[in-house]
Design a binder for this molecule. Structure first.
Ligand code: SF4
Ligand code: SF4
Ligand code: SF4
Length: 268
């Protein structure tokens, strides 16, 4: 049994090494074909319920996400900020999803994609979407700007579980969120949090409901002056918390229900 464990550890160790060796190639390929992928993947995902092609598409999407680790995860502002504080080398680039899908006005937005580490080097080297090197202070300023614009922060991984981008997404255009809405959850995972509202602080203005529905999550409803949250729809982005002038909204852990974080002060 011990030997078996040893063999397994050895095999998985080898797989991890191979993944890390392939990471530069994976990032280069993705940077090269980014526009093509952010168009094709959501376009195909919309057909995954077709009788014959649908199951094949569903299977391909699952295998792709599991073998390449190419998936997104929504995170609240604090997580994105902590990762910037831990990360090294940053690049800001224009949003590929908005450019391709055009629901949001990309011309009115500065670059909102934040690449880190090797991905930052790659996007700058290949001049993808106007990528330019920025320092940590500028990266934090970019995150703060996106927070103020009520964009949804999303971490992206590719080839290995390491984060290569901290994106600030328009959820209508984001390729990963489109894939999730089509019914394939591997496109974009929810954060480990869900929102909750303190009825004593809430003045029933409805702004959080409006945002949550304009962003097509639709998790909040206002009934008889009280907010209710559909936990199966809440992705834990925290945008409702940012728009609430009454500080009535907190994020709590999906699992234990013990974690709660109020809106923190700005970083920069
Ligand atoms: S993941 Fe988000 S920020 Fe990145 S390209 Fe797509 S919508 Fe834009
Ligand atoms: S934005 Fe705040 S005050 Fe307004 S309805 Fe939502 S929780 Fe209540
Ligand atoms: S209720 Fe809506 S806006 Fe608030 S965290 Fe959940 S998904 Fe995001």
């Amino acid at each position: 049994m011990l030997v078996e464990h040893g063999r397994r550890a050895c095999r998985f160790g080898l797989v991890t090494k191979v993944r890390h060796l392939l990471r530069p190639l994976g990032l280069r390929l993705y940077a090269w074909k980014q526009d093509w992928l952010v168009f094709l993947v959501p376009a195909l995902a919309k057909h995954h319920r077709l009788p014959l092609a649908g199951p094949a598409l569903r299977w391909a999407a699952t295998v792709y996400a599991r073998t390449t680790y190419h998936t997104g995860s929504v995170v609240p502002y604090e997580t994105a900020r902590d990762l910037i504080l831990q990360g090294e080398r940053f690049a800001a680039a224009e949003c590929a999803c908005r450019k391709v899908w055009k629901h949001c006005d990309v011309a009115a937005m500065p670059p909102t994609c934040l690449y880190v580490g090797l991905a930052a080097d790659t996007w700058v080297k290949f001049k993808r979407h106007g990528a330019r090197e920025i320092d940590r202070v500028q990266a934090l300023a970019l995150l703060e700007y996106c927070r103020g614009e009520h964009l949804v922060h999303c971490l992206w991984t590719c080839t290995t579980p390491d984060v290569y981008a901290i994106c600030n997404c328009c959820p209508v255009d984001c390729a990963g969120m489109q894939v999730r809405r089509a019914g394939i959850p591997e496109g974009s995972q929810p954060s480990p949090f869900i929102s909750q509202t303190d009825p004593d602080l809430c003045d029933a203005c409805g702004l959080c409901v409006e945002f949550c529905h304009t962003y097509p999550f639709g998790a909040r409803i206002l009934i008889d002056g009280r907010i209710a949250v559909d936990e199966t729809r809440c992705v834990g982005c925290g945008v409702c918390r940012e728009v609430c002038a009454c500080d009535a909204i907190t994020l709590r852990s999906r699992r234990a229900g013990v974690y709660s974080c109020r809106r923190p002060p700005g970083v920069v």
